[in-house]
Design a protein around this ligand. Structure first.
Ligand code: ADP
Ligand code: MG
Ligand code: MG
Length: 654
């Protein structure tokens, strides 16, 4: 969701004169925050998921589906519950926040989950309840699906129906996307759209390779004359699906997990260790093969979001010699991270980093160590798009708003989150961001629990997965290819390697050796399930970790179901949603094998997805056979064990 501050947002032209000031003070705020909280130690594991949902409206008579632009109205009602709870002093079961689309809502648990393994058993129940609560507010012909809607930008894709208006600068002059499809209840989203266009100097251009079916024209050149003139469609490429608005990317739904570390060192170390895992999870969660109603040749949203917020100038994109811009920048501000941040990982940082010497020096002078200073300075090559007139002057000792403005619009596969200045209960956190949202609560719970269990396993065994960071960039590309789980190999650490230089609280901190060259190409199956006489597999390692942990029977059963399910996705026995969707489309009688996914197919697809996600239909091919023991609460016996654990850890601390 990002930062939702209130105030009068500045246009791009108005922002320009404040950029240097915002950056200088953003850095000051980070330095202050860092030194105030760097010695914070002993935070427990807490974690939480963020799931984005699309509200959908069926037109049964005309066999058409649209996105229902009622998010603001629904959020008002969902958030009233939060206000009520605040007045009553009761805990929230969930929190609801706006997202980019006027048809999207984001749900998180009301409070982060705790560190006890039993918490893994309440995640899915919370997700189920979340969906039920939203559904209760919906109209008869509406539903709520955790998917990215396949027909975004198709004429009449919103309800109420509003045509796109290419002359409307507020809609970033899109030929497909009306302003009303953006969430207008907060200025952030419209403002970001306009300022990204302003900085870039043109509207964004997204070109996704089309899937060439037997009747798809070759070359595939879409006739866009009904949408706009040559100037409006100048950036459309042959053999691609063309899109021209931030909403095509940011209007897709994501699944993210944030977890808290014991201290800043552990957060930095985990950030690095999980970075090489991000492409693997992107491939394993692939769920988005259709864009603007056409079958594409990719299975995930990643590059589409990346291009949808690409605010680099032509010079920065390397299309013109540098004159007014400072650097050529290889990536959009939504892309994979360019550097590791834990001191001993720097040997693997092989991507040249651009940063402003002055900002870097400000960080070094502020006693920020080199790897972290480089990470922050590199993020600060991006300009702020969200500056509020009333909030330019700030107390840099108390606020971190200017820092957050830039940090929260560097949308990378991982995020290193410092504690907020005004929430003493929150520590140093790391966010895992690549995963595609899944259709069912079972799958979403499985992926979230997998990521958090992975952190526990990595910490417990102090394993290292580091490889040159350029290889992670390469793996991210491979991960988006059609059926990447089965068709691609990924660069990965060959054997099991223990990190000798893990943070002190993990009893490491020996001097680190030279970067390992022990890397080979492996299939997702080998990475997840293991390779004969080679890497044992992430799932087997998690199982080993669980064998040594104290886990109650129900939770162990639920976790087993999650791990079995993910293991089968890795072998291909269970399909990804992307694969399943392609099969659905290609076997639909209304499909002409020309890559076009028409209204009738989308209608049937949404009905089928709705039936599966509500549990009315079961789909073995997508989910396998499972029965999780998820529950709304942790049982009294397990709770007692938790109390016992806390008391003994407090005793140890004294
Ligand atoms: P973002 O900036 O990514 O939008 P949010 O504030 O929406 O982040 O929170 C993301 C997730 O972090 C939520 O699931 C929330 O429950 C969880 N969370 C909240 N507090 C903590 C904490 N102290 N440690 C770890 N996760 C937390
Ligand atoms: Mg959020
Ligand atoms: Mg998030």
């Amino acid at each position: 969701m990002g930062l939702l501050t209130k105030g009068s947002p500045l246009t791009w032209a108005e922002t320009i004169q404040h950029i240097d000031y915002i950056k200088e003070h953003g850095i000051k705020q980070f330095i202050n925050l860092y030194h105030r909280l760097k010695s914070r130690h002993g935070d427990q594991l807490k974690w939480g998921d963020e799931i984005e949902y699309t509200i959908i409206k069926f037109d049964h008579e005309n066999k058409k589906v649209r996105v229902s632009c009622r998010a603001e109205e629904l959020l008002n009602r969902l958030q009233a519950e939060e206000q009520m709870n605040a007045m009553l002093g009761t805990a929230n079961k969930f929190l609801w926040r706006p997202e980019f689309g006027a048809y999207m809502i984001e749900g998180t648990p009301g409070m982060p989950y705790g560190g006890l393994i039993a918490c893994f058993n309440i995640v899915e129940a919370n997700m189920k309840l979340r969906r039920e609560v939203v559904k209760k507010l919906l109209k008869k012909d509406e539903t709520c699906l955790s998917i990215s809607f396949p027909s975004l930008g198709v004429p009449g894709f919103t309800f109420p129906e509003v045509p796109a208006d290419r002359n409307n600068a507020d809609a970033a002059n899109s030929i497909f996307w009306p302003e009303q499809a953006v969430f207008l209840g907060h200025p952030r989203f419209k403002n970001l759209t306009k300022n990204i266009k302003g900085r870039r100097g043109s509207k964004v251009a997204i070109n996704v390779p089309i899937f060439k079916d037997k009747n798809t024209p070759n070359p595939y050149v879409e006739d866009l004359t009904a949408f706009g003139g040559p100037d409006d469609t100048r950036d459309a490429k042959p053999d691609h699906i063309y899109m021209d608005h931030m909403g095509f990317g940011m209007g897709c739904c994501c699944l993210q997990v944030t977890f808290q570390a014991v201290n800043v060192d552990e957060a930095r170390w985990l950030y690095d260790q999980l970075t090489p895992i991000t492409p693997i999870l992107l491939a394993l969660s692939a769920a988005t093969p259709i864009f603007r109603g056409k079958l594409s040749n990719v299975d995930s949203r990643w590059d589409i979001i990346s291009a949808s917020v690409d605010d680099r100038t032509r010079e920065e994109r390397g299309l013109e010699p540098l004159k007014n811009s400072k650097w050529v920048i290889d990536k959009s501000r939504y892309d994979s991270t360019d550097c590791y941040i834990y001191p001993c990982s720097v040997g693997y940082n092989d991507i040249p980093l651009q940063y402003d010497e002055k900002i870097y020096q400000q960080l070094i002078d502020g006693n920020i160590d080199e790897p972290l200073a480089k990470h922050i300075a590199h993020m600060f090559i991006r300009d702020p798009h969200q500056v509020f007139r009333e909030r330019i002057e700030q107390d840099d000792e108390k606020s971190s708003e200017h820092f957050e403005t830039i940090q929260s619009s560097n949308w990378m596969n991982m995020r290193f989150k410092p504690p907020p200045p005004d929430a003493p209960e929150i520590g140093w956190r790391v966010e895992f961001r690549p995963t595609e949202v899944q259709l069912t609560d079972f799958e979403n719970a499985a992926y979230c629990c997998f990521v958090v269990l992975l952190t526990r396993m990595i910490i417990s065994f102090r394993l290292t997965y580091l490889m040159p960071i350029s290889m992670v960039t390469e793996n991210m590309k491979r991960a988006q290819q059609k059926d990447a789980v089965l068709s691609q190999k990924f660069l990965f650490r060959k054997g099991l390697a223990e990190c000798k230089s893990a943070p002190e609280n993990l009893k490491g901190s020996e001097k680190c050796g030279p970067p390992s060259q022990d890397i080979e190409e492996m299939s997702i199956d080998e990475i997840m399930n293991g390779k004969k006489n080679g890497f044992p597999g992430l799932i087997s390692l998690i199982r080993q970790f669980l064998d040594s942990a104290d886990v109650d029977v129900d939770t162990r059963c639920t976790i087993s179901q999650y791990l079995n399910f993910i293991s089968k996705r890795a072998t291909g026995e269970i399909s990804t949603l992307a694969h399943w969707t392609r099969e659905f489309v290609q076997s639909h009688p209304a499909y002409n094998h020309d890559s076009d996914v028409n209204d009738t197919i989308v209608y049937d697809l949404m009905k089928k997805m709705d039936a599966i996600s509500s549990g009315e239909d079961h789909c073995d091919k997508l989910l396998g056979c499972y029965r999780s023991k998820t529950d709304h609460a942790i049982s009294a016996a397990v709770r007692k064990a938790e109390e016992h654990m806390i008391v003994s850890s407090q005793k140890r601390a004294h």
